[in-house]
Design a protein around this ligand. Sequence first.
Ligand code: B4P
Length: 192
Amino acid sequence: MFNIILFGPPGSGKGTQSEKLIAKYGLKHLSTGDLLRSEIAASTPLGLEAKNFMDKGQLVPDEVVIGMISSALEANPQAQGFLFDGFPRTEAQAEALDKLLKLNQTEIHVVLALDVSDEELVKRLLNRGLTSGRSDDADEKVIRARIAEYNLKTAAVAAYYKKFDKVVHIKGEGTLDEIFQLLSNEVNGRMA
Ligand code: B4P
């Protein structure tokens, strides 16, 4: 089993690069953003609760996303490995993930952190907002709130994994293929 966290601020290319990584390495993609948007689309109680936070650019409460990831891990006992995209986003989520993986006798093997400047993030997300229909991409104020949440609560997750020497920083600006090549080089080196 090989487990990756793809880490970075909103708009850093996590979702985009995840699609390419799961296709190449046969991993199961677990995106908390996608899971939450499915719950919203199905108007479940969890989705209705999450929407209140997401529309303001705030993080959804830890217990909600941890419960979702726990169910997703249970539902995929045959996976060869997981690619976590947008999770963990707080230190409490990172600790919970470590416990869940330990129960399954596995661990996080590498945290790939995409570095992108704030101005580039805002530009990308506003651009995506023109076509995505995502309410959290439509308004610059909400986008900047998401970046502030990242700096306040999520950046600490990289520090958590640095203690275990698992974090690799990758330049997240450039073409999709250039960035994918840098990510693949790291995965290849560690899977060997
Ligand atoms: P997410 O769905 O995770 O969304 P995101 O952070 O915006 O990143 P995403 O992966 O979608 O974007 P990408 O960078 O690929 O989260 C949304 C919300 O859900 C959060 O704000 C929060 O409220 C909630 N949430 C999710 N997980 C949570 C958790 N664990 N705990 C609490 N709350 C949680 O792409 C962005 C754009 O950039 C795209 O248009 C793409 O085409 C473009 N792009 C990508 N790479 C590019 C490149 N190299 N050059 C130019 N453009 C590029």
